[in-house]
Design a protein around this ligand. Structure first.
Ligand SMILES: C[S@@+](CC[C@H](N)C(=O)[O-])C[C@H]1O[C@@H](n2cnc3c(N)ncnc32)[C@H](O)[C@@H]1O
Length: 208
């Protein structure tokens, strides 16, 4: 029987205060710096894949972005996020599975695809194929992609699930020749409760 990922994530968000989640950030500086480098217009469609209840959504809204799209497989995560936002104006929400998309297939073309700590959970080749297939169908020409995932030599597991460790080449393989790497750096994340350090790789790609 297939593992119930939706149930797994719903339970996580039901049972853990957001500040104790092993990916919690109160100020996602590396991400906001990369987004600033894209010089997007405020009308740009920003797609947040597997956004959970990240503070980034509030920050994007405060910066005046008017076309924010939030996705997660967990409806509990989305409910929690809605409660913490000061407004949901200009924000749309889609509960769907990035590796088996249904509603996500109807997305408009995206200016920025942002994924922090989501892709690395897709350990199965089919899941990875479906994820990148969706991304390549939906990111505009000249659109951007930001990935921040566990780096090679980083954690083997997160939230009780196996993860893949990424390097630049692996992202390039998934994206194909139509995307150019603009920037890449390593980042050490500190776990909010036990202080353990986790190695991430951040990348910014742009489509031809
Ligand atoms: C480690 S959390 C990261 C959350 C958020 N991106 C952040 O940085 O705070 C992984 C997120 O991916 C979501 N997720 C996992 N599998 C997914 C899938 N197949 N489709 C959509 N979201 C998924 C989880 O519910 C969870 O919110």
């Amino acid at each position: 029987m297939e593992y119930n990922f939706k149930g797994h994530w719903d339970n996580t968000y039901k049972n853990t205060p957001k500040e104790e989640l092993g990916w919690f950030e109160d100020n996602p500086v590396p991400t906001t710096e990369l987004i600033d480098k894209c010089h997007l217009s405020k009308d740009s469609l920003i797609f947040n894949a597997g956004a959970g209840c990240s503070i980034l959504i509030q920050l994007l809204s405060e910066k005046g972005y008017r076309n924010i799209l939030v996705n997660d497989i967990s409806s509990t995560a989305i409910q929690n996020l809605k409660k913490q936002l000061s407004t949901t104006k200009n924000i749309n929400f889609i509960v769907d599975d990035l590796t088996n998309p249904k509603e996500l297939k109807n997305l408009k073309m995206i200016d920025l695809w942002h994924d922090r700590a989501v892709l690395h959970f897709f350990t199965d080749k089919n899941q990875q194929y479906n994820y990148f297939d969706l991304l390549k169908r939906k990111v505009k020409s000249r659109g951007y992609v930001i990935f921040s995932e566990f780096a090679v030599g980083g954690a083997n597991k997160c939230c009780g699930l196996e993860v893949v460790n990424y390097n630049e080449e692996m992202f390039k393989e998934g994206l194909g020749d139509d995307f150019k790497l603009l920037e890449s750096f390593n980042f050490e994340y500190k776990h909010p409760t036990n202080g353990n350090k986790r190695k991430y790789i951040y990348t910014l790609f742009r489509r031809n």
